[in-house]
Design a protein around this ligand. Sequence first.
Ligand code: GUN
Length: 283
Amino acid sequence: MTAQLIDGNALAKSIRAEVAQRAQALKARGVTPGLAVILVGEDPASQVYVKHKVTDSQEAGLHSVLERHPADMTEAALLDRIRALNADPAIHGILVQLPLPKHMNAAKVIETISPAKDVDGFHVASAGALMIGQPGFVPCTPYGCMKMLESIGYDLRGKNAVVIGRSNIVGKPMAMLLLQKNATVTVCHSATADLAAHTRQADVVVAAVGKRNVLTADMVKPGAVVIDVGMNRNDEGKLCGDVDFAGVREVAGWITPVPGGVGPMTRAMLLVNTMEAAERAAR
Ligand code: GUN
C-alpha cells in the first residue's frame, strides 16, 4: 500500500483564500488587519522567512510591515520597539523572528509582546492558555499540523499519537493539541529508550526533531498517519524532512511531503492568527 499524500500547498492555498475573505470583511468595517515582523541581524535563513511572511500577508490583503534592525541593536531598544507596537492600533500581530543575536534574552523579548498580539503563540500566556484549554494563540506549526489532520477527516479520539521532539515551539504544543482532541499522547525525545517501540504502536506520528531519517519504514504501523515537521538538507543539498519518505510512504496510510507539507501550512497559520487577533480587537 502506498500512502496518500496530504498536500500542504493546496490546503495552505485554500486557507489563505479564506483569510483574504475575512480580511475584506473586516476592512469593510473600517479595520485593516496589521502584522509587524521584526528581524534583528542578518541571519540568511531568517531573511528568507520574514520576506515570505510579509509577502504572504500582503497577498491576503493584510497590512504588513517589516522592521529590520542591525545585529548590534540593544535589547532595551528592541523592547522599546515592541512596546510601541503593542500600543499601535494599526498593528494586531507582532512577530519577532528567532534566533535573536546572542546578547539578547529571547524569553524576555517574547514576554514583552502583548499576549493579545502574540501571533507566534510563543508567549508564556499563550502556552499557559493552550495547556488549560483557554482561548489564545496556538503556535503556527502545530496549528498547521492539526489542520492537516482535520483536512483528511481524521478522528483522533482514542487514537495513539506519538510526538517525536519536545520543543516549546512544536513538540509540546503539538502534544497539547492532540490531547485536546482526545488522543492518547506520548512525547518521545533524545532520551527515549526505545523510540521504535513507541512509534510502532502509533496511529499518528508527528516527527519534529530536525534530523533526517528519525522515522523509518520499520518503525511505522501500517496505515498510520505520518506528519513530517522536519526541514533538513540531504547529501545532495535537497530539502528533506525527519522522515524517510520513500520508505515510510510504502507503510503509512497518509503522509505529508517535504517540501510542500507542513512548511506552507506554518506560513498560512500565521495569517490565520493575525486575522484572529484583528477580529478580536475589532469586537
Ligand atoms: N524562527 C524559525 N521559525 C520561527 C517561527 O515560527 N517564528 C519566529 N518568530 N521565529 C522563527
